[in-house]
Structure formats: C-alpha cells, structure tokens
Ligand binder design. Structure first.
Ligand code: SPV
Ligand code: MG
Length: 433
C-alpha cells in the first residue's frame, strides 16, 4: 500500500478537510503531519485548539492511519524522514506565500522519487467565515492577554515590533515573509512611549498622559489580535501604577515594562541628560504593588534596568535584576545605548548563570547588527524593534511634502513616492476584527 502524507495546520475542522482526507485515503495509507502550536502561530495565527487536542481530533477522522508531529511548515525534514510515496495538498498553494514551500516539497520529493498530488481547492464560504471568526476570537481580552506567556513557553525567542496607531498595528499584525522555506511574522506589538509621543508631535518625557496612551492602545486593540507589550515609562506614582495595571489587564494588554528612573523622564538613547535612577527599594515596591492588584496569572510586569544607560556598571544591573525578580517581576529588560553588544551579552550570561528562566527582554536599537538567532543563543527571550515603523514613515512623509513644494504639484510625488490611491482605498478591511 502506498504511503500518503498530508500536513494540517487547522484548528477549525470542516467538511472540506474530511473530503480531502477521504480522497487522500483512496491513494493509500494516510499519515497527517500536525503542525505544532509554534509552527502554526508562525505560519498563520495562534491556534485556538492546542497541539495535543488537534492531534487527538485528526487521529480520529476516518481515513487517517496516524498523525505525526510536524515542527515546521517546511516539509523537508519530515519528508526525508518518512519518505511517503505521495504528498497531497490543495492546488491553492501554487501562488502566494506558500508557492516557495510547494517548490521545496517538489524538490524534496524528487530526491527519492515521491509524487505530489494536488486536489482542486474550492473556496468554502462557511469555512472561511469560521476561520475569520476564529481569528477575531483571538482579539478578545481573555484570549489575547495570556498569549504572550503562551508564546514564551512555546518559543525560545519572540520578536516584537512597535505600533503607534491602528495602521501600524495592522502592519505588525499582517506583515509576513517566506524565509528559507518557512514563514516569518511578528509575534507581538510594542507600544513605545517614544513612538506614541512622536506620533502626537510630543517629546518622550511622560508628557502624553495615561488617558491619551489608552486611546492609542484601544485604537490598536480594535484592529489587531496579536499580544501587546506596553512601554509604561517609569510607571508613575505607585497608586497610579496600580490603577493603570488593572486597566491594562482588563482590556487585554499582556505586559507592561517599567523603567527604574525617577524625575523628569528622558529617552534612554539621548545620552547623558542627567537622569536619576530610582532606589532598588522604591522600584521593588512599585513592582510588588502592581503584582498585588492583578486578577489573572496572565499579565506580566517587566522591570527595565537602566544601570548600563546611566553608567552604574554591570554589578549594579545584576543586583537590581535579582532584586526586581525577588519583588515579583515577570521578566527583566536590560538596555544599552552602545553599538557594541558586549555589555548586553555579559549581562545575559551572568544573569542566566543565576536565573535560568526569567525572561530577558532587549531593545537592539543601537546594537542593531545582532541577529535574533544570536540573541536566542545568549538566553534572550524577547527582542523588541522599538521605533522602526515611525522612523521609516517620517522621512517618507517629509520627502513627499518637499516634493510637492519643489514641483508646485503632486504628479512627481504620486509617481515616485506614494502608493496608488486605489490601493489605499482597499488597504483597510471594511469589517472590524
Ligand atoms: C521606547 O521605545 O519608547 C523605549 C525604548 O523606551 S528606547 O527608546 O530605546 O528607550
Ligand atoms: Mg520609552
């Protein structure tokens, strides 16, 4: 009997899947590769049904002989291991971001004489509606809030990009590339104080108040499903911090990062601007006070250590990391304004030697040559690209304004700098999340 392989990432099983399995079973004995939660969240969206349950469901579908764990949307490893005679797939993957994945399947099959059988893909409207609904469910506060912790337990490293309004939220939500046979997208969003302030034409000095920051957060929550990490600056007075943490937890934000600075806050990358660091005791008390008002185990309070920014040395950074974790911090962020990543690496090595599990967060704005893989090897768990969308947008907008002034018309800007008006009209979906 021929061995038939098909891969499944879905958590919303419908009759289309049943039919494709039945057709595959007419070709031989069917093995289904069930994609892990990590692979599904990279490829599509975070699965609503966990891996073990999906295996159990699929294993019990008529025509399925067995299920196997598939770790990646790239089939190469699993095909070389199982060497099935036939791989089955819908023909919808001939175009779009799945096309290179298909190509690699064809090449891998050719190495041992396997065959690809494609069934015509029919659009199933009720299935699409189910999928759309599943995606929207991810935006509900109780579903979104725990997702950061879930991702941290699934992956060594998660990548995060800044969003400062609905539009950049949509970019963080939907940007996706095919890379080395796999699919890459961002895991979560960072609502930066720098970008939120800059987008409002204000300095990054905690001038934008909590109400205004909540407006930005809500704007992003309305049109996205991915988890949110908020830049909480210093966290403000303890009583305000407690209130803010409660609000964030209720609306579905996953984490706040607060920094151990006091006085008039200035952005850490400014250089020497006479910032003072909070005492270990006072900042630990703030962390503990925030933890005390939480109603779920989901929400994370991450302590950002400014010792290296303020030239207080590695020992101070490590001492503070230890103290903040003891006070209840769910993670530590270590920051640096140096281009050379050595001090970040040294911190990671020393912190990891005494604390193997507490997540480490980095913001590689200055030490930007380090890859995610290298951070992962050094024990980092969260990499935040903290300001890149606004930094990309500002020069593009300024160049457009200057082109119109220079030419006293907009033809040149339209042709050289702007997206077509038709595209902007269809950029935003008409339905809400
Ligand atoms: C931000 O994005 O606002 C941050 C990170 O706090 S940094 O600008 O590097 O201080
Ligand atoms: Mg900030």
């Amino acid at each position: 009997m021929k061995q038939v392989f098909l891969s499944m990432s879905t958590d919303v099983i419908h009759n289309g899947h049943i039919k494709i399995i039945a057709r595959a079973a007419t070709l031989g004995e069917v093995t289904v590769g069930v994609l892990t939660d990590e692979a599904v969240s990279e490829y599509k969206r975070f699965p609503l049904v966990p891996f073990e349950e999906r295996c159990e469901i699929i294993e019990n579908i008529k025509g399925v002989a067995r299920v196997v764990r598939q770790d990646s949307v790239d089939y190469e490893n699993i095909l070389l291991e199982l060497k099935p005679d036939i791989v089955v797939h819908g023909d919808d993957w001939r175009t779009g971001f799945q096309a290179p994945i298909r190509q690699r399947v064809i090449e891998t099959l050719a190495t041992y004489g396997g065959e690809l059988v494609e069934f015509p893909y029919t659009i199933n409207e009720s299935a699409e509606a189910l999928e759309e609904n599943a995606r929207r469910v991810l935006s509900l506060p109780d579903r979104r809030r725990p997702r950061l912790r879930q991702l941290l337990s699934l992956k060594q490293l998660i990548n995060v990009i800044e969003a400062h309004n609905g539009l950049t939220g949509l970019i963080a939500e939907t940007a996706k590339v095919e890379k080395d046979g796999d699919v890459a997208q961002f895991d979560a969003m960072w609502i930066s104080s720098l970008c939120d302030s800059t987008a409002k034409g204000k300095p990054d000095t905690e001038l934008v108040d909590t109400t205004s920051r909540l407006d930005t957060i809500n704007e992003i929550l309305e049109v996205t499903t991915k988890p949110i990490i908020l830049d909480g600056d210093s966290g403000g007075p303890i009583e305000h911090f407690q209130f803010f943490v409660s609000t964030l937890e209720r609306i579905g934000v996953s984490a706040i990062i607060i920094e151990d600075k006091t006085g008039m806050k200035r952005n850490s990358l400014f250089g020497d601007v006479g910032q003072s660091q909070d005492t270990v005791e006072a900042f630990s008390e703030k962390i503990a006070a925030g933890k005390a008002v939480l109603k779920t185990p989901d929400f994370m309070i991450v302590a950002r250590i400014e010792s290296l920014i303020l030239d207080q040395g590695m020992d101070d950074a490590l001492m503070r990391a230890r103290a903040y974790v003891n006070a209840g911090a769910d993670g530590v962020m270590i920051h640096s304004r140096k281009k050379d990543p050595s001090e970040i690496f040294e911190f990671c090595e020393k912190f990891r030697a005494e604390d193997p599990h507490t997540p480490i967060v980095v913001v590689p704005t200055t030490f930007n040559a380090v890859t995610e893989a290298e951070f992962g090897e050094r024990g980092v768990n969260v990499v935040i690209y903290a300001n890149h969308l606004i930094r990309a947008a500002f020069p593009a907008m300024m160049a457009t304004a200057e082109s119109i002034l220079t030419n006293s018309r907009c033809k040149e800007a339209d042709e050289e700098l702007c997206m077509p008006i038709k595209d902007v009209l269809t950029l935003i979906p008409e339905v809400s999340q």
